[in-house]
Design a protein around this ligand. Sequence first.
Ligand SMILES: Nc1ncnc2c1ncn2[C@@H]1O[C@H](COP(=O)(O)OP(=O)(O)OP(=O)(O)O)[C@@H](O)[C@H]1O
Length: 560
Amino acid sequence: MLLVGLGWLLLTDFLGLLLPWMLKVGVDSAQQGAHRQLLLAAAVLLVGALLRFGTRLLSRFAFLHSACRLEIDLRRDLLSSLLCREGPFFDSHRTGDLLSRCTNDLSNIRTMAGFGLLILLNTVLVYLLTLSLLFSLSPSLTLLALIPYPLLLLLVKYLSGRLLTASSAVQKGLGRISEALEEGISGHAVIRSYSLHGVRCDHFEQLNGEYLSSSLKLAKLRALIGPVMALIAPISTLLILYFGGGRVVAGKLSLGELIAFNAYLMQLAMPTLMLGWVLSLGQRAMASIERLRSLLTPLPSTERLRLAAASTAPTVEIQRLNFAYDGQPVLKDLSLTLTAGSLTGISGTTGSGKSTLLQLLAGFYPVKPGEINIDGQDLTTLDPVEHRQRLAVVPQEGRLFSGTLQDNLLYGVPGADTELLQRVADAVCLSDEVAAFEEGFSTRVGEGGKALSGGQRQRVALGRALARDGSLWLLDDPFSHLDAATARQVWQALQPLLRDKTVLLVSARVSLLEMADDIVILDQGRVAEQGSHVELLALEGRYARLLEQERLKQELEGLA
Ligand SMILES: Nc1ncnc2c1ncn2[C@@H]1O[C@H](COP(=O)(O)OP(=O)(O)OP(=O)(O)O)[C@@H](O)[C@H]1O
């Protein structure tokens, strides 16, 4: 597409050369009283102008078309690259900033790749073609006309550095504004309930102020470029008028040639002016490319093992697992074995590292070689995509996606039949509520599932995992939003379906762990107690206390 555009551009610029030449022929013919030649020159001029209109249109369309395709390709690569990133990446990048890169930065690159590139190539072509014609008309006059141009080059060099710095500052500011907007909109309920409307607006005002001052700085620089460059054309014209006029008087140059010379020189003026604009555009695009480069850099690929039998329940061995966020230790020397097809329950104090353990098993954060083995294979050597294909993960806040209940329940198995949908809904005790919705499974859940209750959201997230039918289940407190009776009912309905799976269930409600083959109580990243329900009761330790507390709480709630 670019090559086609370049072809049309070349034709446009060739036709551009014809026009001043016809002016020369016309003026010289008029001076000699050759009426027919004058008419012919005028006719060629008219046809040339019309043709140029067409070729210019086609060249622009081709360049803009290719830029749009580039933007689409880059956006697709960006999303695909973002979705491959692990937990640490998302911990260190803000959503608003990432959104700004996927919108504002891409738009800067598209503008440069479309109009910017068109103007740049046009400038090069016009300069090459026009200069060769100018030289053929009068080499000495051409050299005179070019006197101011080295000044232009120096100016371009000086301004480009300053423009790049100013553009980066503007784009960073835009990233901060997007971030504040994103947080303001998604956190609107908290902001209003804490009456922080004024505070947030003041903060936004401050960010806007910073953005304004960096934008003004950039605008001043950009405003300066055009007028400074516009000075160059008149200097050249002045020199040509004085020295060229002298030659016409001396009879060394025809009037037509002087007029054509000046017209060609004028043709250089526009691209020269546009060069300033392209320069600032180019610097903005360079700053954007820099911001996108880190996101688009492919992750280092290591030779990963293919899974032997991903569909059978695996045995997971955790050996002396240590993990820290930013140097802050969370899991310390943790060792645990989940035998194939067993149910392991985990409870413990808040912040003891339960969710972290699940995230590590899902491969969201890197672990050291040998710390986690699945079916005897080191997790760090496994193909992450294949590893995740056997997972059924229910995170603490099971995020739903805009769409219908059906879309969400079958999210992991698009295109599955409605029979599966009904089975899944039955298994997570959601069928009665779905039947009560006017539109049944076609009910829209709203952004993030906000049209559903917390308990319904959790059951949809459970159903989504069930439909996926993984062999390693990682459940992170999936019943926390359900009342004790419903939680027990859902868990009892679910258990028979998980019989041949390896399941790790984190639950703050220890009573749900009674049926587990192995129960682990975590405390500050270490195993505080481990055993079966009977063994831990006999121990009369933390587990027994937690169970008793829960029983008393339920009795009190019952009395109330
Ligand atoms: N992405 C993160 N970046 C930095 N620190 C984190 C991150 N996620 C968790 N932590 C910290 O790690 C510790 C363990 O958190 P984790 O969520 O694993 O605990 P938990 O046992 O699941 O807690 P809860 O029962 O409250 O859900 C906490 O101190 C928490 O502040």
